[in-house]
Design a protein. Structure first.
Length: 101
């Protein structure tokens, strides 16, 4: 199945404790159906001090389900994603404006 959400997309959280917050997708795990969004669904990880890092309580973005994310179009509004063929290539487009994402 084609990926409607990809790394680098600007998204808004639709449900959960971070509802309404926006961020950029850092990574996507299509098999698990989850994505890591920068600054959303943060958790505190306690890390031990090592030669490379200071250690302590470090905030880390945790994965969020893809169904709870929606792409933001060029106008800053939430949109659904569709697919169409342009010049023999399959492209994603915003359903609200029709612009290619």
């Amino acid at each position: 199945m084609a990926a409607k959400l990809r790394k680098g997309d600007k998204v808004r959280v639709l449900a959960g404790k971070d509802q309404g917050r926006e961020g950029e997708i850092v990574s996507v795990d299509p098999k698990a159906g989850k994505a890591v969004v920068d600054g959303v669904n943060m958790a505190i990880r306690h890390t031990r001090q090592s030669q490379n890092s200071q250690g302590g309580r470090i905030p880390k973005a945790m994965p969020i389900d893809l169904s709870n994310l929606a792409v933001i179009d060029g106008n800053g509004k939430v949109t659904r994603v569709g697919f169409r063929f342009e010049d023999g290539k399959k492209v994603r487009f915003a359903k609200t404006t029709g612009d290619v994402i």
